[in-house]
Ligand binder design. Structure first.
Ligand code: PEP
Length: 245
């Protein structure tokens, strides 16, 4: 069975003052029945780990380097994230693909590095608006999926996040039919390649909020969400967690 996961991506937001949001989220969900994850900036992972104590809340990085160590100024390895208290890392977010020119081949190498370090990789894929309007969505996503997911991936070590680029931070969301079509296609493609496609958690991401979460989670093969803006405040993220429970 695919695990249910509510994941928050704080992106380049948050300083030590933001740790109070972690305390508030834990207070709102002392014993969550689904997996809950926050990916703060890497500078906060160690402090967040201390702040959460023994609570089941997961912590993740937002990116990692494909190498274990070396001359890569400013980069962080998956081992470093793990050492700071992370158990997950997002790879291939569309902002990394766009801002840093990351290819699916690089994303796959990062996912491999993540799992070798003992982290669960959340591999992001998504089409642009131009690609959707050209009717290329399923072909583009399959290309990204096949190239970004390593052969060594298993449902235990890998989560896939479908994030239409045009829905991220825009307030726009695909229709339920559009999300359903994509998630069914991902489920089937993973099943064909790995034989256990039914077990991979498939997250939807793109302008998820408390008011639309329950509808999105009711779509077949949607096992949770990767949430940006609405994960910054516990008051906004908590209703999304509740909708998944
Ligand atoms: C994201 O950054 O992965 C994301 C989905 O952002 P938002 O929820 O703000 O659209």
């Amino acid at each position: 069975m695919a695990k249910k996961l509510a994941a928050g991506n704080w992106k380049m937001n948050g300083t030590s003052e933001s740790l109070s949001e972690i305390a508030a989220l834990i207070a709102a969900h002392p014993n969550p029945s689904v997996d809950v994850l926050l990916c703060p900036p890497a500078t906060l992972i160690a402090a967040a780990s201390t702040a959460k104590g023994s609570h089941a809340l997961g912590l993740g990085g937002q990116d990692c380097h494909a190498n274990v160590s070396g001359a890569h100024t400013g980069d962080l390895s998956a081992q470093m994230l793990k050492d700071a208290g992370a158990s997950y890392v997002i790879v291939g977010h569309s902002e990394r693909r766009t801002d840093h020119g990351e290819t699916s081949d690089l994303v796959r190498a990062k996912a491999e590095a993540a799992t070798q370090a003992g982290l669960t990789a959340i591999i992001c894929i998504g089409e642009t608006l131009a690609q959707r309007e050209a009717g290329e969505t399923l072909a583009i996503l399959d290309e990204q999926l096949q190239a970004s997911v390593p052969d060594s991936a298993t449902a235990a070590t890998t989560v896939i996040a479908y994030e239409p680029v045009w829905a991220i931070g825009t307030g726009l969301t695909p229709t339920e039919a559009q999300i359903g079509e994509v998630h069914a296609a991902l489920h089937s493609a993973l099943g064909q390649r790995f034989g256990d496609g039914g077990d991979f958690s498939l997250l939807y991401g793109g302008s998820v909020k408390g008011s639309n979460a329950a509808q999105i989670f009711a779509i077949p093969h949607v096992h949770g969400a990767l949430v940006g803006g609405a994960s910054l405040k516990a008051a906004d993220f908590s209703p999304i967690v509740t909708a998944l429970e």
